[in-house]
Design a protein around this ligand. Sequence first.
Ligand code: ADP
Ligand code: ZN
Ligand code: ZN
Length: 751
Amino acid sequence: MAIVQVAVAAPVAEIFDYRLPLENADCALGQRVLVPFGRSRRVGMIVARQERSQIAPERLKSIERCLDREPLLGADDLALIRWAADYYRCPPGEAIFSALPARLRRPVPSYPEASHAVQLKGWRPRTAGAAAQPGLLSRAPRQAAALALLQARPEGLADAELRAQLGDCRAILKALAEKGLIERCLLSAPSGSALLDVPQDRPHAAPRAASLGPEPSPTPNEEQQAAIAAVHGASGFQCFLLNGVTGSGKTEVYIRLIGAALERGRQVLVLVPEIGLTPQLAERFAQRLDTERVVLHSGLAEGERERAWQRAARGNARLILGTRSAIFTPLPDLGLLIVDEEHDVSLKQQDGFRYSARDLAVRRAQIRHCPVLLGSATPSLETLRNAERGRYRHLRLHQRAGGAKPPRFLVVDVRSQPLVTGLSHALLTRMMAVIEAGHQVLLFLNRRGFAPVLTCHDCGWISACRHCDARMTLHRDRGLLICHHCGDQRALPVHCPECESPDLRPLGQGTERVEESLRQRFPGIPLARIDRDSTRRKGDLERLLGAARDGAYPLLLGTQMLAKGHHLPGVTLVGILDLDQGLYGSDFRATERMAQLLIQVAGRAGRAEQPGTVMLQTRHPDHPLLIRLLSQGYGAFAAAALAERAEAALPPFSFQALLRADSRVEQQALDFLRQARAQVLGLAPEPVEVWGPAPASMERRAGRFRAQLLLQSHQRGPLHALIDRLLPVLRAQSGHRGLRWSIDIDPQDSL
Ligand code: ADP
Ligand code: ZN
Ligand code: ZN
C-alpha cells in the first residue's frame, strides 16, 4: 500500500498520512492533492511517500484526488520551504501554500506550461484478461460493465471520461485492477477535447545562449575582477559578502557573474529588499544580459505573478529578480543567488511566516550546492560577524568605480540655529549654489505628510489616534489626519474638537511641508517629492526616478524610498534633515539602522564626475558613534558596534526569539506572557535567558495592547530546543479568548 505524507493548507503543525488510491498511484512529491480533513476537504501537498504508517489502516483516509499532473515544486524547493517552516516555526502547509501563487492555494488545476503534448491518466484493459476466466465478474455487474466499456476501447479511456460514463467508479476500477483485468495508462489528449481546457503554451524553449548584451560594458577594475574571480572559483556551496562602498560597481560584479552563470545553463535568482528597486535593476539587466527574465513582487496582479512564477518554475525564465517572497520560487536549474542590500530589514517578513529571505538564500545555496553573494555598502553586523569568523568570504570594493570620489561630510549643529521649515541657513545657501551650478540637490527627511502632529494653541489638544498610543499625521494635500500605525483617517478639523478654538497649528515637519516651503523659496525650480504619498499609483515611482536621473529636477526631496540604491548621477549635494531619532532609539539595533541609512543616503551624492557633499543636520554633533561613522567610515563604525554587542552579549553574539502577544483587553497579553514566562522557567531553560514580559514601546496599536517576552541564548541549539518544548504547551492552552500570540525567530525589531 502506498502512503503519502501531506502538508495540508491549514494552521496545524503536523503533517498527515493519507492512503494513495490506485488510480493516483503515480502521484508524487510536490503535487497538490485534495484530501478529507476533519469535516471538510482541504488542498494539501505531498511532501513524502512511504510504505507504512503509524496510523492503523482502518483509520487512514484516502486522497480524494490529485490536482496536478506534474510536481509544482522540486525536491530541493520543497526541502527549502520545509526547512524554513521548521526553523521559523510556521505550520508546514501554511509555509508551502504561502509560497505558491494565490490561485494554486485553491483546488484548481495548475495549467502547466506543457513541455510535451498534454497527457491524461486513464485505464485500459489488460490483454490476457477476463476472457480467460469466464464468470469471474458474474456477481459484480458494475465491474463487468466497466470492463466491457474498456474492452471496447483497447487504447484506454481517460479518468474524466470514465467518470462521465460510469459515475464515481474509483472503487470499481480498483477492484478490476486488483484482479489484474485493467491497468493504468497515459493517453494523449485528442485536440479540441472538452476535457482539455488547458491553455497550451509554447514548448519549453531550450535556454537561449545567454550572453552579455549589446550595451557597452565597463572593464572591471582590479577589485571587481578579484571579486568576480573568487565567485567563479567556488565549487559547490560558498557564501560571499560583497562589501563595496556606494557606487563601487557592485551591480557590475553581479552582471558579470550572472552572465557567466547563464552561459553555463544555470538560472540566477536576485533578491532586492523593495519593489522600488526592481525597475532600475531590471533595466540594467535588460541592457546587459540577453536572456529570458521575470520580475516577481507583490505589486504584480495575481495572474501576472503566477505566469512569471510558472515561467521560472518550468525553467523558461533564466534570470529571476524579486523581493523577499521570490526566495521560494521553484528553480530547476538554479546555479547562483544574489541578495542585494543584504542589510535591509525589508528582507525579513514581519508577520505570519516570519522568515529572513537573506538567511534563506544562504540556506538555499547550501541545499543547492551553489554560490550565494550578499552585497551591501553597509553590511549587517550579523553578516560582518559571519565574514569575520570565516564562514562567509569577505570581498571588498574600496573605491568608487570609474573615478567618482567619495562624498565629503559636513555636520551642521542645529541646536543654536533658527531653522526654516527644518532647513538650516548653511544648507539653504549651499543648495542655492548647487542649483545655480546646474547640479541636483537631494534632501532626505524620513517623515511623510505635512506635520507629525496637529495641536490646539489654546487648550493644548493634540491629534492623538483613537486606536494607538500615537499621534495622527497631518496630510494637508488630502485634507486628512492619518495614523501611520493603524491607517485610521479623519477629516482635518477646522476647530479644536475640545475647545472649538480655530487656532490649530501643525507641529514639526514632514516632506509635504518642506516641499511647500521649498517651492516658495526656490520659485520656478522644478522639484520632485518622492515618498509613499506621491507615488501611490503604479508607475509613479519609476516615472519620477527616471526623470530625476535624467536631471529634470534640480530639487529632489524624499523619504527612504529615494535613499536606497538609486543611481542619480547629477546629485552633488545631499541634505539630511533629521536622523537624530536613530541615535537614541529604544531598539538595540537603532544605531546600526541609522548608520546604514545615513551611508545609503549619503551614497546618492557625487556618483559621477562631480564630487559630492553631504550636509548632516543634527542636535548631537558630539555623539561618539556619529563622529566615528563620519570620520572613519562604516567599517570602523561597524567594528565598534560589534565590540559593543559582544560586550553586551547581544546578537550576533547571541541568538534571540521573541514571543509576542496582543489583545483588545488591557493586561491580557501581559498576563499570558507572564504565564509563558513561568512555563519557560519550569522547562529548566538553562542556558536560555528570559527577559520580560514587557509592554511594547507603543503598547496600544490598532486597538490592541501588545507585549513581548524575549528569549536569548549564546547558543542556538538550546534556545531552539526550548522553543520546541514550549510551543506545544502554549498551543494546548485555552481560556485566552481574543488573544493572539506568535513566535519570531531571529527577530529584527522589537515591538
Ligand atoms: P553600486 O552597485 O556599487 O552602487 P554600480 O554598479 O551602480 O555601483 O556602479 C556605479 C557606476 O559606476 C555605474 O554607472 C557603473 O556603470 C559604473 N561602473 C561600474 N564599474 C565600473 C568600471 N569598472 N569602470 C567604469 N565605470 C564603472
Ligand atoms: Zn483646543
Ligand atoms: Zn492608529
